[in-house]
Design a protein around this ligand. Structure first.
Ligand SMILES: O=C(O)CCCC[C@@H]1SC[C@@H]2NC(=O)N[C@@H]21
Length: 292
């Protein structure tokens, strides 16, 4: 099991406001500090690559070849970054934190759907710890003030060494308004008037993720019940009118009322509650609600 200690990291502002033209002075990650044999992050092996197609693809390949859990690959630039539902995830070089973590959870596969929620929750906690008003959007996004700042893509990989999960995280750090793909997205720099140091932020993110992962693996059903409560409290989706596009081209409209002990979103409509295991959620404004 991966276990790595909590680190106190000071996040310093180093870049100009991202609202202006794209920053040209984006400092590289400190790969020496990150890769120093787990010195900063015991239990993890961090590799920084200048450019790759997708860190999820790269880590999945390593998982198939038998790599043990704890590998983290961070890319300064992805040329074919993958998002959920076959979407693309594009960020300019050094403007984001784009990385993937290889895990081999010992818990039953039925519990694995917790992984994206657990990881998104860890990103939200880390951002709140450095002063951002971050919330999670079920199941895979992290928002600041209703705008998406981070997305997660968790993929299962089968290998002779057993099943693995690749947890991919993309967090917009110094991305300017004009570099963002949609107006509903944001970056830390846009929210705070300057970008944090990405190395320190990555260390903090990985430490928080490691803590949550260890507690989940060790805690069984009680830990999942606690996680459901804590996730729901940090979830911007809960309490909202939502439209959920379900995998079988069906759509569900209703009010999100909570998250159950399996991580499913509970959606209430006409007195009936549906537990949603997978779907694309839209937070619906009142005027967009369908006529009953
Ligand atoms: O919001 C989404 O749809 C998920 C985006 C996930 C992007 C990250 S960036 C690091 C990792 N590598 C990928 O190709 N995708 C994930």
């Amino acid at each position: 099991m991966v276990s790595f200690r909590r680190l106190e990291v000071t996040i310093v502002t180093v870049s100009p406001a991202a609202d202006e033209s794209p920053a040209t002075d984006r400092p590289p990650l400190d790969s020496t500090a990150l890769s120093a044999d787990g010195a900063l992050l015991p239990g993890l092996r961090v590799e920084v690559v200048e450019e790759t197609g997708s860190t999820n693809a790269l880590v999945a390949e390593r998982a198939r070849a038998g790599e043990p859990e704890g590998l983290v690959v961070v890319a300064e630039h992805q040329t074919a970054g993958r998002g959920r539902l076959d979407r693309r995830w594009e960020t300019p070089p050094r403007a984001a934190l784009t990385f993937s973590v290889l895990l081999r959870p010992s818990v039953a596969p039925a519990s694995w759907p917790w992984l994206p929620l657990l990881a998104g929750h860890a990103v939200g906690k880390t951002l709140r710890a450095v002063g951002h008003d971050a919330a999670v959007k079920w199941p895979n996004d992290v928002l600041i003030d209703g705008r998406k700042v981070a997305g997660l893509l968790v993929e299962r990989v089968d290998s002779p060494a057993g099943p693995a999960a690749v947890v991919g995280i993309g967090l917009n750090v110094s991305t300017s308004r004009q570099e963002l793909p949609v107006p509903e997205a944001t970056s830390l720099a846009l929210e705070a008037g300057g970008a944090p140091d990405r190395t320190a932020l990555l260390v903090d993110l990985l430490a928080t993720l490691g803590e949550s992962y260890a507690a989940w693996q060790a805690g069984g059903a009680a830990a999942e019940a606690r996680l459901a409560e804590s996730y729901a409290a940090a979830c911007d989706t809960v309490g909202r009118e939502v439209r959920v596009d379900l995998p079988a081209a069906q759509t569900l409209h209703g009010r999100a009322t909570g998250v159950d002990s399996r991580g499913r979103l509970l959606v209430e409509h006409d007195g009936t509650t549906t537990a949603v295991a997978a779907g694309d959620v839209v937070h619906v404004r009142a005027q967009e609600r369908p006529q009953d």
